[in-house]
Ligand binder design. Sequence first.
Ligand SMILES: *[C@@H]1O[C@H](CO)[C@@H](O)[C@H](O)[C@H]1NC(C)=O
Length: 176
Amino acid sequence: MRTLAVLAVLVSLAAANTIQDCGLTPNAVFHDASVTPDPVIVPGPMTLKFQGDLTADWPADMMIMVEVIKEDPFDIEVPCLNGLGSCEVDMCAYITQYPEAFCPLFPPEVPCSCSLLAGHYQSDGFTLTLPDLGEGIDSVIAGGYHGNVTLYSKSAPETLLGCVRFDFQLEYVPPS
Ligand SMILES: *[C@@H]1O[C@H](CO)[C@@H](O)[C@H](O)[C@H]1NC(C)=O
């Protein structure tokens, strides 16, 4: 019985959402990140919180590359669909297009613009709504995912400037 209880704890730990810095970029470090709810429910809202410290200014031509792998029944890269999935996006275009979502992340002393100056950035909750794609599709997309978000300058894509990796479970709960 004790073995079973320990196993249950290990399994639930393994199933928990995690998001953490890759540890590869000393000038940009993310911490205290979380993805809720745990597991993420589709359809429904998913909230991302994080804090990040930039010890050097970032160039204005930053790109954000998201890579998402679905794990079961076998690893497969999730394509980019309507901005969700494995997408490469221009950070400046996002900041310009969605200032109400991005400007609150900036430290009070840093103006909200495409040049991210050194400082402490913090998201108290960035919410994304996972759409209802219909039971047939939603039950197929349920499962385990992992991946990463990498940041680099468009003019020097081979130099990694920031990186976080994540793991999360997606569960399908039919709307009642
Ligand atoms: C990001 O994830 C992809 C897909 O799993 C992997 O090929 C790549 O090496 C990862 N990059 C980093 C910097 O961890």
